[in-house]
Write a protein that binds this ligand. Structure first.
Ligand code: CA
Length: 234
């Protein structure tokens, strides 16, 4: 089950950084660049059937203060909210926490800390999440998703962004079968779930780069008619 995160942030660069980090961890991300957009998504999500499990909320937004979203949201929902702001005054933090924020992180913050605090906030609301698998090591292949690094016998393997995302999805489910549908949805998007030829093509490319014999793979296995599985590591 995917955890859906709404990120309300007008800083395009930070939005992109957080998007990459959260997708890598397996979160589903919805972004809003303004207060009005954030409020619309947060308050309509339930009725529209698009669930939001957690909100990351910037305060200084072009059309108002993130505080307004929190105040409106708390009248009807208890979705966990983590404030991410450059404002570090104690009085400010206390006011936001009293208004119903679950946590407050002062920018700049480390991604690792943000992810840990997200897990805490989600656990408090009964959504269990564990730190996802981000490393893999077997048969001379070393993968470190957080470092964006893939090596084979100590040598850097160059992957295209799509190849990397596909591999990352399999690493996060190491040892388990991931269905064609799941892979296409998570790597390419919901509108591509019938395009199984993409998968065949990219899986062949990954095998050519990572397997000793791509015709007889020992890492990236085919589960006939179901999907693919990255074998358990060491
Ligand atoms: Ca801002």
């Amino acid at each position: 089950m995917s955890v859906h995160v709404l990120l309300v942030e007008d800083d395009r660069e930070l939005r992109a950084t957080l998007r990459d980090a959260l997708l890598l961890e397996g979160y589903k991300l919805i972004t809003a660049a303004s207060l009005s957009e954030g409020i619309a998504i947060a308050t309509n999500a339930q009725s529209a059937g698009n669930k939001v499990d957690l909100i990351l909320l910037d305060l200084g937004l072009p059309d108002g203060d993130g505080e307004t979203l929190l105040a409106q949201l708390r009248k009807q929902l208890n979705t966990p909210v983590i404030v991410i702001s450059a404002r570090e005054q104690e009085g400010q933090k206390i006011r936001l926490l009293d208004l119903g924020a679950d946590d407050y992180l002062v920018k700049p913050f480390g991604i690792g800390e943000l992810l840990a605090r997200m897990r805490v906030a989600l656990r408090h609301k009964g959504v269990p999440v564990s730190a996802s698998i981000t490393q893999y090591n077997k048969a001379g292949v070393n993968i470190d998703l957080a470092m964006h690094s893939v090596t084979r016998n100590g040598e850097q393997v160059h992957l295209t962004p799509t190849e990397f995302n596909l591999l990352a999805r399999l690493v996060r489910s190491t040892g388990r079968v991931v269905t064609h549908r799941q892979l296409l949805n998570d790597v390419w998007g919901a509108e591509f779930i019938d395009h199984t030829h993409y998968l065949r093509l990219y899986m062949a490319q990954l095998r050519a780069k990572l397997e000793v014999d791509s015709a007889d793979p020992v890492l990236l296995l085919t589960e006939a008619g179901v999907g693919y599985r990255l074998v358990d590591d060491e």
